[in-house]
Design a protein around this ligand. Sequence first.
Ligand code: CIR
Length: 255
Amino acid sequence: CEFNSAIVRKPGSSVVQGLRADDRGNPTYEGVLAEHDAYVEALHSAGVEVTVLPALEAYPDAIFVEDPALVFPEGALLLRPGAETRAGETAEVEPVLRSMFATVIDRPAQGFAEGGDVLTTPDAVMIGLSARTDRAGAEALVAGLDRLGRRGRIVETPKGVLHFKTDCSLLDEETVLATHRLAGSSFFTGLREIVVPEGEEPAANALRVNGVVFVGSDYPRTIDLLDARGYKVVPLKTSEIGKIDAGLSCMSLRW
Ligand code: CIR
């Protein structure tokens, strides 16, 4: 949960065509831009140095930089997104990562994995199998993590859930915030679980950065709950990016 650096990508106007499981209408470009700006500002305020990459009109989902790569202080790994329209995003972020990291592990020859399916805990890097991350991709990722000296562990993303981290986030070294459908799974043994209140499931994709936790401002009961547990919550608006299935972890790569 301690980060000095982050990469984000400015939204292009094509972002309104981003992928979504249920269509609740397009987000507005101005709305996404405002939410993105506030997010970058919040990262700055949390003490993170943010590199802002230029917009990529050809890839509507490219602001979700978390998905085509995975980064750690010791190196970066290139991934192959399982969403066809997002496959080209890896090549766009690759030169940036090569300029910033001494070690960059190449994209594996086969299999799919997206960073949204990856939750780093003190014990292991958890990789959730999903419609975007298959077994071959997850296994290749475990091998790549091994080269960085990290242990990967393959788990299941609940059915019908976009990414593993759609339903959980790490609040500190001992605590995970999770939806009811994920909490109580055997995945989080050794971690304390805080369950998001029913009806506020998307709040589970929170983001702990240094001393604070970013939480969607549409989820007041989750905010109160975390507040009562002693967390310093920074509420951030996610109503527009939420229409394209995004939460707070997906808009940055952090290390
Ligand atoms: C997608 O479906 O790929 C995007 N519309 C949302 C990606 C969200 N990514 C993430 O949570 N890591």
